[in-house]
Design a protein around this ligand. Structure first.
Ligand code: S3P
Length: 168
């Protein structure tokens, strides 16, 4: 079967939903960011700091080209994976694309409390909200390139999984 590819902004639950969805479907699970970190032997914040965002995006493109060829895999992408048309073409060719969404408050809260986000870090809450709103606006069009979209703001990861399974 084709892959299920989860796209969406930071903090929309791609990793936790992806893991549960893979379990439910009996698919393998692959988190793009985690795989990039494992192969590079450094965290993504460290990679941004040492080599810059362009370097990370190049690693991301290489990884997408490889993993898009898999089958029966739920692939959780990073929030910015959609910025590359090449990435999206490869992922769409091998999979069904599901976009997870959430409102700004939910994203603000989740990204403050869960993990580091180099594209947002180093700002106080007010500035971070503005940065989220701006990035969401810049990327809004890119997140529409999905076969199905779920708003996760009010849902638990398991409810999101139920919703996606109903769509599939
Ligand atoms: C990014 C999102 C992150 C990660 C990197 C850049 C982005 O993934 O790929 O920090 O540009 O939106 P998550 O969406 O899993 O936080």
């Amino acid at each position: 079967m084709k892959n299920i590819v989860l796209i969406g902004f930071m903090g929309t639950g791609k990793t936790s939903t992806g893991r549960s969805l893979a379990q439910r479907l009996g698919f393998s699970f692959l988190d793009l960011d985690q795989k990039i970190e494992a192969e590079a032997g450094m965290s993504i914040p460290e990679m941004f700091e040492r080599h810059g965002e362009a370097y990370f995006r190049a690693r991301e493109r290489e990884m997408v080209a490889r993993v898009a060829k898999r089958r029966n895999t739920v692939i959780s992408t990073g929030g910015g994976t959609v910025k590359s048309q090449e990435n999206m073409e490869a992922l769409r060719a091998g999979g069904v694309v599901v976009c997870l969404q959430a409102d700004v408050d939910t994203i603000l809260q989740r990204t403050m409390t869960q993990g580091q986000r180099p594209v947002l870090d180093g700002r106080d809450a007010g500035d971070r909200r503005k940065a989220i709103e701006q990035l969401m606006q810049e990327r809004a069009q890119l997140y529409t390139h999905a076969d199905y979209t779920v708003d996760t703001s009010e849902l638990s990861p398991l409810q999101v999984v139920d919703d996606i399974v109903r769509f599939l």
